[in-house]
Ligand binder design. Sequence first.
Ligand SMILES: [Zn+2]
Ligand SMILES: [Zn+2]
Length: 237
Amino acid sequence: MPSEMPYTDVHRAFLQALSHHGTMSSKQAYKALLGAYARYHDDETVPMEDQVADVVASINNKLHRYNQRVKFVHFELINTDFYVFCNQTESAIDRLQNCYTESELSLFRLMLRELACTEDNKIRPIACLNLTTEISGKAISMMRAEELLEEWEKAGYFVQLDGMWYFGPRTTVEFERYLSQNFEEQMQKCKLCNETVFYGIKCATCPLYFHRDCMRKYLKRLTKCPGCKEMWSFPVS
Ligand SMILES: [Zn+2]
Ligand SMILES: [Zn+2]
């Protein structure tokens, strides 16, 4: 249902927070909305959590003409929803080019390559730091590499979880095309919806991956893997 909400300072403040962070979990987005209401809303109404979606819809109506968009992504790795601010006038790599040196960008690309080419799309911190030896251009110290990883994690490009690095929610939105074009062989497509699967669920008997949501829906009607036709033997959490 399209939102009837007028575009106000609340929207502006919320958008500013989101474009500043680049990526927010739905919880952070709700917090930002509470803050915007507290500052700009005339009365003392407190928004409900589900109003974030309405505010985002109004913002997207407005942003449309600027070729920008707030995208909603369900990030399967940690089963959390995120909002990602996307500027479609420039590529994600171009935007990073404005903030980082050639060698730093080279490290970023190596991270993408390494994650794309490693089973389960996860790598150890030491493997990330070792990528500094492969950088094209001026060398980067391990310390600078650590700083960069921290920055990129904050911006939502990568996620550290249980001592491993993973693609972050922002990367799954902004670099989906880059990854599926450059690492077509390695990146998995969900056999059910044909979209890229970053952190889905694997069939026990064949090499196929699926989105959990897709598989859950599928198993309501059918019981065999759509790839190998073997009986699907375990529940999708
Ligand atoms: Zn799917
Ligand atoms: Zn299978």
